[in-house]
Design a protein. Structure first.
Length: 218
């Protein structure tokens, strides 16, 4: 069992998230703990939904996009954004008003929507550009960029296809585990003593292994 980053997932300034658009990212997303550089935390600045990641510069040139944009730390996400959201991501190049909003949101505690909203209100232009990137991400690259699992608040940002598969096939098992504090802790830190025998956690692992082994092994 290889889980999962817990984060406030998708809430929008008109929608806030950090993503990248160039070749392989320099910063890895945190797959086993919440927050952190490059993690998928979702928050929102103007009141809807968003994903915030680390505010870093990607490496190399994008296939169809010259800008640097926001680096999500996931190669598949960066490639998808370079292909589908070039204009939006270029508007969020380092030093831009959009980039300043990403930097502000990164400092907010996971789930603190008031903080995220304040970031947007302090910089309306940057917030609009930020939300445009998130809207494009959610419309064209959601599966490649987030890996969110149902509505559990969990995600697999290092392996977005894994989270998407688990969300499509194991929602009931994940929801039951997240509702139990001990099991939820095991999803976030599976090496904790007792997690190998936790019935609910084992049920999630069984579902993952039977339905999503290929997606979660990549």
């Amino acid at each position: 069992m290889k889980f999962w980053a817990l984060g406030a997932m998708v809430v929008s300034m008109v929608a806030v998230a950090a993503c990248g658009t160039k070749g392989p990212a320099t910063t890895a997303t945190s797959g086993d703990n919440s927050g952190g550089s490059g993690g998928t935390t979702g928050s929102n600045t103007t009141g809807s939904n968003t994903t915030t990641g680390s505010n870093t510069t990607g490496v190399g040139g994008g296939m169809a996009c010259a800008g640097t944009g926001q680096d999500f730390g996931v190669a598949e996400c960066n490639t998808c954004l370079a292909t589908n959201c070039c204009d939006e991501q270029t508007t969020c190049d380092p030093g831009s008003e959009c980039d300043k909003v990403f930097a502000c949101v990164k400092k907010c505690t996971s789930g603190d929507t008031a903080c995220v909203k304040a970031c947007g209100m302090a910089n309306p232009t940057g917030a609009t550009d930020h939300d445009a990137l998130i809207t494009c991400l959610q419309g064209s690259c959601d599966a490649d960029c987030t890996g969110k699992i149902c509505d559990s608040g969990l995600a697999t940002p290092k392996k977005p296809k894994c989270g998407t598969c688990i969300g499509a096939n194991c929602c009931a098992e994940v929801d039951a585990c997240v509702a139990d504090a001990t099991c939820k802790a095991c999803l976030l830190a599976p090496m904790t003593a007792g997690c190998d025998t936790n019935v609910l956690a084992k049920t999630v692992a069984t579902c993952e292994n039977s339905k999503c082994m290929a997606e979660c092994a990549k």
